[in-house]
Design a protein around this ligand. Sequence first.
Ligand code: PGA
Length: 249
Amino acid sequence: MADTPRALVAGNWKMNGLRGASAELEKIIQGGSAGQVDLMVCPPATLIAGFATLAQGAALMIGAQDCHAEAAGAFTGDLSAEMLRDAGAVAVIVGHSERRMLHRETDAEVKAKALAAWRAGLTAIVCIGETKDQRVADQTLDVVQAQAQSSLPDGANAQNLVVAYEPVWAIGTGLTPTPADVAAVHGFIRGLLEGRYGVAGRSIRILYGGSVKPSNASELMQVPNVNGALVGGASLKADDFLGIARAYA
Ligand code: PGA
């Protein structure tokens, strides 16, 4: 299909990694040059500038995790999208379930952060997904629809937006939905994107996230409308991260 987007495998390092982790990044750079897939690592903010320098000229993008909605101001401890871009990031993850739960971020705040990312010239990687209780109550599609509706800004396209479907109960647990369940949700999200953004919605990447590892990557990445993965734990080791990317070899 002409509109099928090129896959993206993005690593979300969360609050992991000291400067010594650049050795792992160099392994990823060395192993990741060939292939059918775009690669991105989103380290903690302290490592963005160093990693961006290491990745210069390599087939690896550096992204960030979370940003403030404002460009600058009296917001102690926060980082603006402009700062992340200045440090060398090309994208930022917003609306991750850990931010939604631990920092009580609302859909409206997530949307404001996505708009901040665009203002700074970054791609917004917007995360959505249901909790275990919501899945058991058969509310998955309703939750995904509500989050997509309220977290995604108008005017999205394949360059400025990546959607990550991450069932909360699959994150860091080793549990994953069945390929059929993933297909149902990703197909539903594709429909939402096409309904909202028209033709542009066909080529916006929809990543699956939640306990992706080398052993399940091929199965999950073959699911229709899965255009790559957002990888947490398994992105911290170059071998595992590259093993996941190899699902596209
Ligand atoms: P996990 O995390 O791969 O460790 O489950 C995914 C994520 O939170 O993005």
